[in-house]
Structures are given as C-alpha cells and as structure tokens.
Ligand binder design. Structure first.
Ligand SMILES: Cc1ncc(COP(=O)(O)O)c(C=O)c1O
Length: 498
C-alpha cells in the first residue's frame, strides 16, 4: 500500500501507513516527534480535534484518543475554553532535571562518609563468594548442596499448589503466625519424632527461612558481644559468620575420630556460651559424633548452663549403617536447639527450614521471627504440609536416597579410574558430597582454581577452615548431577589437576 501523507500543520505530515500501527497511535507519534524536535514549540496551539479529524478524514474519536495520550504523557495541555497547546515543560525535560538532581544527590552520597555499625563492618568484611554459589547461574559438577531437581515431582507440587489456592481459607491470604503455619509445625514435629527421635511438641517448632535463618535467630537471641562460641573446624561458614556478626568470640575446635573435640575445647576456652555442631554428619568432613562424645557434650552444656545448636542439615541422606538418633533426643535439660532444612530434601529456593527450641524460648523466637520478615510464605508452608502429610515427602526422600547412593558410587568409580594418584575420594555412608583428598603438599585453593578453568565447580576444603589444614581437599557435591555429568566432571577435573 502506498504511503498516504497528509499535512496537518506547517511542516507536519502524518504518514498513514498500513503498518498495523493504529491510526490514533500514528497521529500521537507524529505530534510527539514534532514537539520534541521543536517543530511544534512550547505553547503553540494544536488544531481542534474536529478540524484535524476532518482534515485527516478520520473519525473524531481517533484524534481524541491521540490527544488524550499526549495529554496523559504531558506533551500537551488543554486550556479550557481556549484550546489545546504544546506544554511549556516537556516530560523529557522534567526527566532530565530529575536525573541531574539525582546525579547530584548520588555524588553527594558517594562523598558522604559511610559509617557502618559494628555488625555492618563485620558483614562488609565477609567473603561472600560462598553465598554467590547460590545464584541463578547454571550449576555444574561438583557444586555442593544441591538436590536432584530433575527428580523432584514438580508436577505433583504444582497440583498441590493449585489445590491449596482453590481451597484455601481467606485467612491464609492474610498475615500468618510468625512461628509458622500450625499444620506445618505439627507435621514437622511428627516427622522429627519418628525419623530423628527429636522430642518436641509442635509449638516448639519455629518455621524459618531455611536453616541459615534459624542459626541467625539463635545468634541474635542468645549471644552477646564477646560471648565465646565454639565452632567445629572446618565448618559451615554460614553458621560461623552468623555468630561472628553478632560479635561472638568464635573459637575454632578441631575434630577427632569422635567428632567435635570437647577435651581440646575445654582446654582452649572453657567458658563457652554456645557450641554449634553437626553431629549426624559433620560438615564438611562427614564424621559422625560418637555416643560418648554426645553424652559428654550434653553434660558439659548442663553444667556450664550453655547451649548446643545441633545443625542436622542432611540427616535424611544416610545410605548405610544405622544413624544415631539426634542429640536433641538425648537431652534431658533443654540445652539443645535442633535445626533442620527442606533445602536439601525439597529444593533450596523453597527457603523453608526450622528450629526446634526449648519451651522457654518459643515466644522470644516467635518475636525474633516476626521482626525478621514476619513469617515464611503461607502458601508454600501449606503446600509443604500437604506434601508431608500425604506421604510424598517420605517417598521422595526414599527415592533420592537410592539415587544419591548410585551417584556417589559413580563418582567413586570414576575417581578411581581417572583421578588415581591425583585425588583420593573415599566413600561416605551419608550426605550429599564427598571429600577428594589431594596428595600431601598440594594446595587445594590452587587446585580449585585450576578446576574452575575447566568448568568444574569445587570448593577447597581450606575455605571452610580458620586454621591451616594438614592436607588439602576438594568438596565434591554429587547429588544434583547425572552419571554422565559426574564422569565428565571427573575427566575435566583430572585434566585440571594433573
Ligand atoms: C551444614 C549446613 N548447615 C546449614 C545450611 C543452611 O541451609 P539453608 O539452605 O536451609 O539455609 C547449609 C547449607 O548448605 C549447610 O551446608
């Protein structure tokens, strides 16, 4: 179709085109361009809608629509009884003024000296590389801590979500209980009683945004500046940092064959207010704390009036041997705060975990939870409740136990074949990762960097330690990767560290 141009004012032509763009929009664009270019200067009068419609041979409504748009965006203004005029200050000029102002303000902020609080300073000093591993990039072998998302029953999860949304009572759409959705607290309590021998009532279960938040709340509620906190070394840095940021004096305690080395800790600094341990499967070394060490730790906590945080982050994944029941289940004195997560059993993005707290702490935990983001999303909590109560959770965990045991075996076989002499990868009866031990004298940080150059994600063991380690190692997460990805990752790793 030929272009049909019509002049509406001196210099202004409307290029009616069969481009699919509505005519009112073409009129609007033409006027906007003419105004911005200065062809139609500020305060100049536009033709009346009636005369322009007649001139263009279009309906008056079409012109009214175009003018309305220009009016709404601030290019023209209507003066009643007089007509329509180009605005004195155009939206672009307003934006420019605002941008300049913002720019000045930004420079002023940049010049202003930033004074952080003590915990702000500590936060700023943390190396967040560890946290960045959780960003939304594609993960590659051997990123630690990820479940097999492809094996998660997502369709079922979405059906449960839809069903919940359809049947949900109005109250679930408002604000919920900061301590958590009651039915979920009940389901978690029932699960922990049977699966982990945790002794608790549903009220003692505080639903949190992952285990990390549970640990941060514990630090906030129980630790004062300069209080001594014993941490296993090496350890999960998220926990260590949560205590450090509230000003705790964190004392690193090494491990022996029985787990957390209590005799060492007592010699080092016996006035600890809290100890944070991973007794079922030490993170990252995998040691299981012996029964006698558990009893000794409980006895110490009772005498010292101290707290034990039991981080039971991956206890669902035990492939052989009988798991020892939770430390909390052995506690007669209410010294243990038990922490768990659904990040490993469902998926990390769900951001749901829990703390099981002694009865005396329920209210203060609920208050702290309320102040740190009210509560976890009610709909997710409700769907998770259904997932657990209808048996899907237990079924999924069982399936994953088989799958992960297979994946671990693939990793060990591939390592024996391709990494002999380069990395020793012993089996583990539990967990979601293995430690690959480097030959004596080989720096694990360098090995991890070389692996990254080959596209292999593996963290050096030393990154989890505050003290130099006697032997370097690499943390190899295997649960999220197929047999093919694991074999390929091992080959690339061998190339990297050969
Ligand atoms: C030992 C340990 N504890 C706690 C957490 C935190 O779990 P969440 O993702 O639920 O915050 C992790 C996460 O990887 C972990 O490895």
């Amino acid at each position: 179709m030929p272009t049909n141009r019509r002049a509406v004012a001196p210099f202004i032509t409307i290029p009616f085109e069969s481009s699919g763009v509505p005519i009112y929009r073409q009129i609007y664009e033409t006027f906007r361009r003419a105004i911005l270019s200065g062809q139609l200067p500020a305060k100049s009068q536009l033709p009346s809608t009636r005369s322009l419609a007649a001139q263009l041979a279009v309906s008056r409504m079409t012109v009214v629509n175009a003018y309305d748009q220009l009016l709404a965006e601030g290019y023209i203004e209507g003066i009643s009884g007089s007509g329509t005029y180009v605005a004195t200050v155009l939206p672009e000029e307003l934006l420019e003024i605002r941008d300049k102002k913002r720019c000045r303000q930004h420079t002023a902020t940049a010049k202003r000296q930033t004074t952080l609080s003590r915990s702000g300073e500590l936060l700023a000093s943390f190396n967040l590389a560890n946290l960045r591993a959780r960003t939304d990039k594609n993960f590659s072998a051997f990123n630690y801590g990820l479940p097999a998302i492809e094996a998660f029953p997502l369709e079922l999860w979405s059906r449960l979500t839809t069903r919940r949304l359809q049947r949900m009572s109005a109250s679930l759409f408002g604000s919920g209980n900061p301590a958590g959705f009651e039915p979920l607290r009940q389901a978690v309590a029932a699960y922990l009683q049977t699966a982990r021998a945790v002794r608790c009532k549903p009220e003692q279960v505080i639903i949190t945004a992952g285990a990390q938040q549970a640990i941060a709340l514990i630090a906030q509620i129980l630790i004062d500046e300069k209080d001594v906190v014993w941490m296993e070394n090496p350890c999960y840095l998220g926990a260590r940092n949560a205590f450090a940021v509230v000003g705790a004096k964190v004392v690193s305690v090494p491990l022996d064959a029985e787990g957390f080395n209590l005799p060492f800790a007592l010699k080092e600094n016996k006035n600890a207010r809290l100890v944070c341990v991973t007794p079922s499967h030490q993170f990252p070394l995998g040691t299981v704390m012996s029964l006698s060490r558990r009893l000794a730790l409980l006895e110490w906590a009772k005498r010292a009036n101290a707290w034990i945080v039991e981080d039971d982050y991956d206890s669902e994944f035990r492939y052989a041997g009988r798991p020892l029941a939770s430390l909390q289940g052995l506690d007669e004195n209410g010294c243990v705060i038990y922490v768990g997560t659904f990040s490993k059993t469902i998926f990390p993005a769900l951001m749901l975990g829990y703390a099981v707290v002694p009865e005396s702490l329920i209210d203060v935990f609920a208050a702290a939870r309320a102040l740190s983001g009210s509560h976890s999303p009610s709909i997710d909590q409700a769907v998770l409740t259904d997932f657990i109560e209808e048996g899907h959770f237990a079924r999924h965990v069982r399936r994953m136990r088989f799958l992960y045991a297979e994946r671990q075996a693939v990793l060990i076989d591939a390592a024996k074949k391709d990494l002999a002499g380069l990395l020793e990868v012993p089996a583990d009866e539990a967990g979601m990762h293995l430690i690959g031990w480097l030959p004596d004298g080989v720096n694990d940080k360098t090995a991890s960097e070389k692996a990254a150059e080959q596209g292999v994600e593996t963290k050096p063991l030393s990154a989890y330690s505050s003290e130099p380690l006697t032997r370097g190692g690499l943390v190899l997460g295997y649960t999220a990767f197929s047999a093919g990805q694991i074999k390929n990752g091992v080959r690339r790793l061998a190339k990297a560290i050969a």
